[in-house]
Ligand binder design. Sequence first.
Ligand code: G1P
Ligand code: ZN
Length: 542
Amino acid sequence: MLRTITTTPIEGQRPGTSGLRKKVATFQKPSYTENFLQSLFDVVQPDSGATLIIGGDGRFYNRTVIQQAIRLASANGYGRALIGRGGLLSTPAASHLIRKHGASGGLIFSASHNPGGPNGDFGIKYNTANGGPAPEAVTEAVYKRSLEIDRWLTLEAPDVDLDALGTSQVGGMTVEVIDPVTDYADLMEQLFDFAAIQKAVAEGFTMSFDAMSAVTGPYAIEILENRLGFAKGTVRNGTPLEDFGGHHPDPNLVHADELYRLMMSSNAPDFGAASDGDGDRNLIIGRHRFVTPSDSLAMLAANAHLAPAYKDGLKGIARSMPTSAAADRVAEALGIPCYETPTGWKFFGTLLDAGLVTICGEESAGTGSDHVREKDGLWAVLLWLNILAKRRISVDQLARDHWAECGRNYYARHDYEGIESAAADALMAELMGGLSALPGRSLGVLTVEAADSFSYSDPVDGSVTPNQGVRVIFEGGSRVVFRLSGTGTAGATLRVYLERYEPAEGRLDEETSTMLIELIEAAEAIAGIERHTGRSSPDVTT
Ligand code: G1P
Ligand code: ZN
């Protein structure tokens, strides 16, 4: 039976670059989740009978929200919902299902790499019919709607059994619980040379994959162990847990330190990789060689033609502004365009839809291609495997060869987390106010060549997105970027991105920390980080 529930608006339901992300307790407030979902359905107005994809990364509260979403979706006229068994769907797998089934959109319940559990974070992300994150026009409209909402629609129906494959009826909507892995694994098998990887494995190639007790476990076990023949146990932490075992499911050197230590040890397998909570990020480490995400993008782009899906070459490359310029050099060598976009995957979507680029990446461990409209952790792992299997080369040697040809972009990101919003805003305002005085200024050995606040004009739809971070470029191609995070759930996070370019004939075999000392000092001199925030060093360096 359909029911209309009277409600009142709840402040602060503004989705960020990756959906609405808050503490679990916030989503547990009466009407909070329903208000947001109803605001969304009011904005997207599904055609009656439309298909909706539903899944999440398995974190705490996922199952509760999925049951709410099923009832609201049915009451709002959807005709069919496809749901991953156990309520699981990785973000890239959801993107693929939306496209494959011609769905009008999809709901992905995840807070990505943020911690989970009753005291952790939860999130709701809506992807549109192209499979990509909802554009700003949609998220803003949802926010506006959430400020005036006065009712939500639901119906009385028992919970759907999320653990049994099969079809059931909820009001006028058919609910299909599907295997979350098969379609995605089949897609990967189409894109990559599985035979070449299987051969390398049979000849002794080894790897370790850390699923971080998050959603990629079942995907990695099926693809790496069952289909490619890697030994059982290659996938570690392969069972999704509601609290990710108490860890941050964030594939960086801090949170995946066990994998990192293994890869630097004498027992290291040939290849190591990890993925995040919802499966869209990746960490790539060869034996004794960590590859920065920015370098990974460049190296994948340079070698992508070795995979069947990209054998005819790339149309173009896109990288987010703070991502290093390593990919730009590859694009130049290949004679294809390289686009610089604001942080966040949705800006890649229009370029991919228009066929302008094939591969995209961000410094924050997101890499992907036109096969879906999200970044894709396992895709990056498989493209690396495909390249290594075809070239019969180690990660370390591939990286060295790459730098010897293109030069090396030493790179690090410094995060200052949980700082007071007012202090963060004051820092950015002062920085913006002083931009015009920066060019020509000498800071130790560095001289500022240019400084600006990054504004993006979308080449496809002409939209302009201003104030996407401050860029300070030094003579010789080194750079510091300052921006505030759009995904934090407590206070503000200042991100400082440091990049030093060494040409092919320069110093290619140094420690990153040594090479960035002058840039770190310059960043402090330019922004007064300690003066504004009281912090003399970052909380996290990646
Ligand atoms: C962070 C990353 C960004 C990524 C986003 C969503 O956003 O820096 O590259 O697209 O998470 O995964 P930020 O917190 O910096 O706004
Ligand atoms: Zn993620």
